[in-house]
Design a protein around this ligand. Sequence first.
Ligand SMILES: Cc1cc2nc3c(=O)[nH]c(=O)nc-3n(C[C@H](O)[C@H](O)[C@H](O)COP(=O)(O)OP(=O)(O)OC[C@H]3O[C@@H](n4cnc5c(N)ncnc54)[C@H](O)[C@@H]3O)c2cc1C
Length: 380
Amino acid sequence: MDLRYSDADEAFRAELRSWLARSLAELPSPPGRDDWPARVRYDTDWQRRLFDAGYAGINWPKAYGGRDASPSEQLVFHEETTRAKAPYVGVNFVGTLHAGPTLVAEGSEAQKSAHLPKILRGDEVWCQCFSEPDAGSDLAGLTTRAVRDGDDYVVTGRKTWCSFGHVGEFGELLVRTDPDVPKHRGITWLILPMGLPGIEVRPIETLLGSSEFCEVFLDEVRVPVANRIGDENDGWRVTNVTLSFERGTAFVSEMVDALRLAEELAPSVHDVAERRELAHVIAELDALWSLTKRNVSQAGRTGVPGPGAMMLKLGYSEARDRLGELSMRVLERGILDVHDEIVEERLRTLSLPIAAGTSQIQRNIIGERLLGLPKEQRWA
Ligand SMILES: Cc1cc2nc3c(=O)[nH]c(=O)nc-3n(C[C@H](O)[C@H](O)[C@H](O)COP(=O)(O)OP(=O)(O)OC[C@H]3O[C@@H](n4cnc5c(N)ncnc54)[C@H](O)[C@@H]3O)c2cc1C
């Protein structure tokens, strides 16, 4: 793709910038961290404003309420909303950034019509029920069972680390539908209505003191077969589509935000070695922004972000982790006075090299699948 912005892109930027200035001035103050009903209202209200103004689902098909913008307009959208400090997708991170895109790529017509417009209007909040106590890095080792019974799957098992599970109305659910085949071939991807009988959601408190993480217990939950994305036992392929959005394009706004934070930190960093460190982080984030352009462009052409997703997730989470650590060092010397933001940022950045697949796993995937290096020894 041509990485320069055209006159039409700049016109789109100007129009968006003035809409953002007007709309952000009308917004109430953000609610407290633990006031979940207010957080849901605030985040979904912003989503609704985007929808009403024609900016929701910037790259989603128009038929489902999206804008179907060109890749360069998508990038302009992320640059402008982040620089204007517009509200983040918040509680509907999963719905807007990877469940919706998975439905666009893999869902049936009925599934797309039922969910996509509602996600974009802020009427439907999603969460992800992938990880299990013994299946995180080894996600394909999941044991939550689904047994077919007529028009339903009867699902029993336990999921963990489900972000926003307590406010999600639908979940991306991975289940084992065939325990007798190699593990990657017996998995199915289901849409889980979180209000079904037999589901219990228990919040987990994080290091930050917040409680957006949840455990989800499933006891003979009847999930309609019509909620299956893709074929039975074809869930690993669909999972990789979800993960490519989660790793490849879901971090785009955060990346622009990290660049802003790094630039804001610069005047407070006086030590020569630390200035060099900061310059490395900024250069790396800048390079990752170019990789993002490539991923967004590839997603525009093929429907999915492709292998650049793994590189992006690894590079972004490691660079942001270093930025958080450097900010704390500067803070400890009393040069910065925005304590809460920096400390909170540091605690959050600690989790980034774990979320959406750890850095070690990304390195394995990049080494083995992208670069064709010899496989690591498997012990199990
Ligand atoms: C902020 C955040 C949000 C999350 N949100 C969700 C969510 O919404 N839904 C969801 O389902 N999950 C979510 N997760 C869970 C996340 O996907 C897992 O934590 C992650 O995949 C790691 O799995 P684990 O925690 O079980 O660690 P483990 O798999 O137990 O790994 C422990 C350590 O061993 C290392 N390791 C494991 N296997 C290998 C190997 N083969 N080679 C080298 N090193 C290895 C890992 O890198 C890690 O350092 C979230 C996690 C975080 C931190």
